[in-house]
Design a protein around this ligand. Structure first.
Ligand SMILES: CC(=O)N[C@H]1[C@@H](OP(=O)(O)OP(=O)(O)OC[C@H]2O[C@@H](n3ccc(=O)[nH]c3=O)[C@H](O)[C@@H]2O)O[C@H](CO)[C@@H](O)[C@@H]1O
Ligand SMILES: C=C(OP(=O)(O)O)C(=O)O
Length: 421
């Protein structure tokens, strides 16, 4: 298993470009299943999760062509099987996103219950409830979801909890259903909005994305389209925090500041000078130590849970005490124990972490437990004295394109070790 060796070497300085958003690209690739005409996806990040999705779709009979490192053309004219097998689905939460499109286009789906980051129980009951409301017959057997329906019918669905992939799955299913579907208490995440834009380019009739009520008028078929994936706001935020933890200055280009309002407010509270343009964000700590901030994770437009671990890393080296409340996932503090191994002072009580900042952290061998936890360990290692060895970084490869290349461009000392005895 690959490991990173990171040597904390002072402030990071420089510019990098954001990649396309993983959590937008994944549902968009699955949307190809809705049409028998090709979908071309550009600005698609080069990541493990994208590779897994390509394999998943290819084994269903979809022709998947990578025309350049960031462009994928998918032709789902022939869907030969409606099965999403355990071996592929277990590594990636987003695999559940083939469920809605398969039932909508083919009238059946057999999808293994999904894996992904171990950050909570992560049930899919709301996805299933919605499909049932649209007329699908659902059974669970042998770890698989089996869904059947001759023709989905529009329905009025109110989500008990805001769910991102739940909203995406039902929005995709509804594009080919008979009549109108109304999704209430829908997720407002930018990735949901990007998917709606892609579906609209394919001929879907959708209004209200980005608000809590999305209306979809079903059509008989979708057609060929090209869609550019929006920039990754979580990747962007992670690199901006690299400036905050190292007292440096980082500019992220090819991004969109309007996607990161909640994160930028916290960076300003931490003492950063934040400048934005249409497609860039510049964070400058002007050599100063960050001040600790309080965070309460919330669905968009609140503070994203996918940035919580990275903010905890910043609080570990900030001045003062920061309180972080995780309200989305019940088990998303796995990084705290590893950060403590670097000398951080973190007290956990239920869903709240109280972090007392330390001037410096000290290098130690540590282990990544999930995707954003890995990002927080990398950030902490950049602010630690000595060489930190981070094990199980495959988690990081799921969601960060060319992490070593981008961090090295900012002046970090980071080395990947394929095998260490
Ligand atoms: C591939 C992808 O886009 N992943 C993101 C997506 O995950 P994902 O879509 O899995 O997260 P959800 O928004 O569905 O989860 C939010 C909360 O709802 C609960 N829930 C969800 C569905 C359901 O049927 N029943 C239920 O109870 C979950 O357990 C969780 O407590 O949104 C999360 C919240 O922003 C992000 O952290 C993930 O990075
Ligand atoms: C939790 C994440 O991914 P997934 O939902 O695929 O586990 C994430 O992107 O932070």
């Amino acid at each position: 298993m690959d490991k990173f060796i990171i040597e904390g070497n002072g402030p990071l300085n420089g510019e990098i470009a954001a990649s396309g958003a993983k959590n937008a690209a994944l549902p968009i690739l699955c949307a190809a299943l809705l049409s028998d005409e090709p979908l071309t996806v550009t600005n698609c990040p080069a990541l493990w999760d994208i590779g897994t999705t390509k394999k998943l779709l290819a084994q269903m009979g979809v022709t998947v062509t990578q025309t350049d490192p960031h462009t994928i053309v998918l032709d789902a004219k022939p869907i030969t099987t409606c099965v999403a097998p355990y071996e592929l689905v277990r590594t990636m939460r987003a695999s559940i996103l083939v469920l809605g499109p398969l039932v909508a286009r083919r009238g059946e789906a057999h999808v293994s219950l999904p894996g992904g980051c171990a950050i909570g129980a992560r049930p899919v009951d709301l996805h299933l409830m919605g499909l049932e409301a649209m007329g699908a017959e659902i059974t669970l057997e042998g770890g698989f979801i089996h869904a059947k329906c001759r023709k989905l019918k529009g329905a009025h669905i109110v989500f008990d909890t805001v769910t991102v992939t739940g909203t995406e799955n039902l929005m995709m299913a509804a594009t080919l259903a008979e009549g109108e579907t109304i999704l209430e208490n829908a997720a407002r995440e930018p990735e949901v909005v990007d998917l709606a834009r892609c579906l609209r380019a394919m001929g879907a009739k959708i209004v209200g994305e980005g608000t809590t009520t999305i209306r979809i008028q079903g059509v008989t078929n979708l057609h060929a389209a090209t869609h550019r994936v929006l920039p990754d706001r979580i990747e962007t935020g992670t690199y901006l925090l690299a400036a905050a933890v190292t007292r440096g200055r980082v500019r992220v280009n090819k991004t969109d500041p309007s996607l990161l309002d909640a994160v930028l407010v916290k960076l300003q509270q931490a003492g950063a000078k934040v400048q934005t343009g249409v497609d860039f964000i510049d964070v400058d700590m002007q050599g100063r130590r960050a001040s600790a901030v309080n965070i309460h994770t919330m669905p968009h437009p609140g503070f994203p849970t996918d940035m919580q671990a990275q903010m905890m890393a910043m609080n570990c080296v900030a001045e003062g005490v920061g309180v972080i409340k995780e309200t989305i996932f019940e088990n998303r503090f796995m990084h705290a124990q590893e950060l403590t191994r670097l000398g951080a002072d973190i007290r956990i009580e239920g869903n709240t972490a109280v972090i007392t900042g330390r001037e410096r952290l000290q290098a130690a061998p540590i282990m990544a437990t999930d995707l954003r936890a890995s990002a927080s360990l990398v950030l902490a290692a950049l602010a630690a004295d000595g060489e930190t060895l981070i094990d199980r970084i495959y988690h990081m490869d799921r969601g960060y394109e060319d992490i070593e290349g981008k961090l090295s461009a900012l002046g970090a000392r980071i080395k990947r070790i394929a095998k260490l005895i």
